[in-house]
Design a protein around this ligand. Structure first.
Ligand code: SAM
Length: 231
């Protein structure tokens, strides 16, 4: 089976808009965002690196193949990991079913922890990161009047992290949600059949809410690289 057909089969089995709209590199900014983080993550060949909430581990496979790290990909869904294992460079990665909030690794196991548009688990990520480790995030950040990104960073700083690099991808996120909404509207019969009528309406409502919230500046997205300086 080709790499494309492995992914296509997974897509057919899991009719959800974020797989359809974002594809293999399933986060805002796609592989370009991954490369931006990679250039700042201080990766050393052979270093143990965690890709938490990895989906098909596109990031873990890229980091293993191009930076030579010892990548571990985790996700709550074993089907996603099984597909990732069969995809390009899948053999370079260790695949482990686990929730981000309860990772089956010893304290200080990783030199770099990645979580791209999956569930953030600040305490658990801190526990499994070595001193001096980097943490690479692609995630929603607050953009409210109570401090916005600064208040988000304070939480991480309290756990012993310091900011190394930050890039807003709110514009890219808005574009991604707009494109996804457009895709669903344009090919309505196809997606209605795939998601079911209720599932389709729910996906469209979710996307319309996202587009509105991002257009009004009520929600934002960022790439962040942090360094563990203590704890
Ligand atoms: C939007 S996808 C992002 C996938 C991947 N990080 C990427 O950038 O391609 C979110 C993934 O997080 C996984 N996920 C959601 N909640 C999780 C949790 N609590 N622990 C581990 N994985 C989780 C989902 O199964 C899904 O594969």
């Amino acid at each position: 089976m080709t790499v494309e057909s492995i992914f296509d089969e997974l897509v057919a089995e899991y009719p959800v808009w974020w797989i359809d709209a974002l594809g293999e590199h399933n986060h805002v900014g796609g592989v370009e965002a991954t490369r931006w983080l990679m250039a700042r993550a201080r990766l050393r060949p052979g270093a143990p690196v965690l890709d938490a909430g990895a989906f098909v581990g596109a990031t873990a496979r890229l980091l293993a193949a191009e930076a030579g790290v010892r990548a571990v990909a985790t996700d709550v869904n074993g089907d996603f990991l099984a597909a990732g294992r069969a995809m390009e460079h899948g053999a370079l990665v260790e695949w482990v079913v686990a929730a981000n909030q309860r990772l089956p690794f010893a304290d200080a196991s990783f030199e770099s922890v990645w979580c791209l548009d999956s569930a953030l688990a600040p305490k658990e990520f801190t526990r499994v990161a070595k001193a001096g480790a980097t943490l690479c995030l692609c995630c929603e950040v607050p953009v409210d009047g109570r401090g916005g990104t600064e208040s988000f960073l304070e939480e991480w700083e309290a756990l012993g992290w310091r900011l190394l690099a930050h890039r807003s991808v709110s514009f890219e996120a808005t574009e991604a949600w707009r494109k996804a909404e457009h895709l669903l509207v344009r090919y309505r019969p196809r997606f209605e059949e795939r998601y079911g009528k209720r599932g389709y309406t729910f996906a469209l409502d979710t996307l319309a809410d996202l587009v509105r919230a991002y257009e009004f500046g009520e929600r934002g997205h960022a790439l962040l690289v942090l360094e563990k300086v203590r704890g």
